[in-house]
Ligand binder design. Structure first.
Ligand SMILES: Cc1cc2nc3c(=O)[nH]c(=O)nc-3n(C[C@H](O)[C@H](O)[C@H](O)COP(=O)(O)OP(=O)(O)OC[C@H]3O[C@@H](n4cnc5c(N)ncnc54)[C@H](O)[C@@H]3O)c2cc1C
Length: 419
């Protein structure tokens, strides 16, 4: 059988699955995408849509443990761990603690910036090649702060950005006004990252899936993969309630659910779901243009054409999409402390969207073959940067399948790093 007549099954119709399907299809493979629900039913739907060279600080960063413990005591804080005796969670937290060091930060930050930047370029190419409009704009990202603590955090980030030559500008209130005249700023200052971009994540993922389907990618929604057919350490098929699908390679791209399926193959994935919320409302008449992060509150604000989205919170509460109205309200309450357009935000918190970020303990995704199964590639664990890194991941997955990826580019993302 010729290499390019291989059948590749992609499990999961989120940003990572759809981008993997895009690049595999480009290489001429037969691609089948299986999604248990609808396309973008997971965390790829209502997230903030940031493409972030600015997110070069991994989730386990120095000082995060102390901050996390303090946040745990406040029911309106942006962070929470649901207390439970779960061995996987405890082992994940132990590993996370080990990575929350200055050494890990300095080892990772340039790499994280580089892969986010590479992905931003791939987004531009996808927009050109497909002619899809998913609201891609490179207007940068502005972090606003209101307190001394927030100012210190932004100043430290600016120093780290300089270390890796990432442009970052500390701004006074009058400079913020000039940068985005639609923004009624109340913050004491800000830090602006001009290289960042943003898009409408649901429009991107659903648009690309439709584009692929029109070009011969077989997309089956409402089709949960329940198990695998294994022969000689090789997956020869995947099982769904309706039927089995034969394949030559499998891409596990089902986000926060990946560890549940990988267990069927005897593979442990150190990925914990971290729930977040968002609320999307119409933009006011004089709209702001630049996406924001409210530094102390850890809230993201994304202008999306006629709408604007407020997102935040990171809850390690397992696979659980329930809304906690108190934390949604905390997101909404934070907004008027920084900007003036939304003093009268009247939103029922129970109408918020929730999604689960698939988080690894070191803040990098797993894009990797495994030693147990010869033809499986894991593409999961993208935490807060899965939209940002989706094209980078999809392109790398396709080159791992074709054998073109070099060992050095795969090394930082291999599953074995957690062994
Ligand atoms: C509030 C919030 C804000 C965020 N903001 C940003 C941001 O600004 N920028 C950014 O880069 N990232 C952001 N993220 C993170 C981003 O949303 C995720 O990293 C990304 O969506 C992960 O994509 P994924 O394809 O791996 O997972 P998902 O989008 O969750 O997709 C996985 C898919 O697999 C399907 N599935 C699961 N099990 C099976 C099965 N057995 N068979 C078939 N299908 C299955 C699910 O239904 C789902 O559709 C944010 C997340 C949240 C919660």
């Amino acid at each position: 059988m010729g290499e390019r007549s291989k059948t590749i099954i992609v499990i999961g119709g989120g940003a990572i699955g759809v981008c993997s399907a895009y690049y595999l299809h480009q290489k001429g493979y037969r691609v089948i995408l299986l999604e248990k629900d609808t396309i973008a039913a997971g965390s790829s739907f209502g997230n903030a849509g940031f493409i972030t060279p600015s997110h070069f600080i991994p989730l386990p960063s120095p000082g995060i443990i102390k901050k996390g413990l303090r946040w745990m005591l406040n029911p309106e804080s942006p962070f929470y761990i649901k207390p439970r005796a779960d061995r996987d969670l405890l082992s994940w937290l132990w590993k996370f603690r080990g990575y929350a060091t200055s050494e890990h930060l300095h080892k990772t930050m340039r790499y994280l910036r580089d892969i986010n930047l590479a992905s931003r370029e791939l987004y531009r190419k996808i927009a050109m090649e497909t002619e899809l409009d998913f609201g891609l704009q490179t207007l940068g990202l502005l972090m606003l702060y209101t307190t001394e603590v927030g100012a210190k955090e932004c100043h430290e980030m600016a120093t780290l950005a300089r270390e890796i030559d990432e442009p970052a500008e500390l701004l006074e209130p009058q400079q913020i006004r000039k940068l985005d005249p639609g923004l009624e700023n109340r913050a004491a200052g800000g830090l602006y990252f001009p290289n960042d971009a943003h898009l409408n994540p649901a429009a991107f993922v659903t648009g690309l899936a439709e584009y692929l389907q029109k070009r011969g990618v077989e997309v089956y929604t409402g089709t949960p993969v329940t198990d695998f057919v294994i022969e000689n350490h090789t997956v020869v098929g995947v099982k769904t309630p309706e039927k089995d699908y034969r394949c030559d390679e499998v891409i596990l791209a089902n986000g926060a659910w990946a560890p549940l399926l990988s267990k069927k193959l005897g593979i442990h994935l150190p990925i914990q779901p971290a729930k977040g919320y968002s609320v999307t409302i119409p933009q006011p008449t004089n709209p702001q243009k630049i996406p924001l992060i409210l530094t102390e509150a850890k809230v993201a604000i994304t202008p999306l054409g006629d709408s604007i989205r407020f997102g935040g919170t990171l809850e390690l509460s397992g696979i659980d999409s329930q809304i906690n109205p108190r934390r949604v309200n905390a997101i909404l309450k934070a907004v008027p402390r920084y900007i003036g357009q939304f003093d009268q935000l009247q939103v029922d918190p129970m109408t918020a969207w929730s999604g689960m970020r698939p988080c690894t303990p070191d803040g990098l995704p797993i894009i990797s073959r495994t030693s147990k199964i010869s033809n499986l590639i894991i593409a999961a664990g993208h935490a807060m940067i899965g939209i940002s890194l989706a094209p980078f991941t999809g392109e790398l997955v396709a080159r791992i399948v074709s054998g073109e990826a070099s060992p050095s580019e795969i090394a930082p993302l291999r599953l074995e790093r957690f062994a």
